[in-house]
Design a protein around this ligand. Structure first.
Ligand SMILES: [Zn+2]
Length: 158
């Protein structure tokens, strides 16, 4: 079955939302009024995020983010850095989502053989399982800077 993505002129109830999925039917709609403003990476992330809602049959944002990462990680250059950046911009800096994106990106880098990623995951920023003790914005901001810096350095070496 060919996938159908529906472009609609605008989302009247959520003007800044780039796309949405109606989970019961699996219908994915794109907000044509802001779609051209997104980068190619953000567009690809958003579509895979909505596919996550559809395929996992959930409205959970973190689950949809993780689905998108699973489809995109290590497939293109800068995929991990771009994922963190996309989640950050599309979610308008939602702390839980950004924290989760950073941690997942580091886990993938660690699995790919990065000892530095492994060390970062053992640091106090990422050591707890769900990020519940890292809700303070200072910790999240520092963790974000450290992660982006790390991913930039790590990607340059690959
Ligand atoms: Zn979503």
């Amino acid at each position: 079955m060919k996938e159908q993505i529906f472009f609609v002129p605008e989302f009247k109830d959520a003007p800044s939302n780039p796309a949405r999925c109606f989970v019961p039917t699996g219908r994915i709609e794109v907000n044509a009024s802001i779609w051209p403003l997104l980068s190619k990476q953000e567009q690809e992330f958003v579509l895979n995020h909505e596919r996550g809602h559809r395929d996992l049959k959930t409205y959970n944002e973190v689950a949809a983010d993780n689905y998108a990462l699973s489809k995109m990680a290590l497939k293109k250059p800068y995929s991990l850095k771009n994922h963190v950046r996309s989640v950050s911009s599309i979610s308008h800096g939602d702390k839980e989502r950004v924290y989760n994106a950073q941690k997942r990106a580091l886990q993938i880098a660690a699995k790919d053989g990065s000892k530095e990623a492994l060390l970062l995951l053992d640091s106090p920023f990422f050591a707890n399982a769900d990020g519940s003790s890292a809700r303070g914005s200072f910790v999240v901001v520092v963790a974000m800077l450290v992660t982006i810096l790390f991913l930039v350095v790590w990607i340059k070496k690959h």
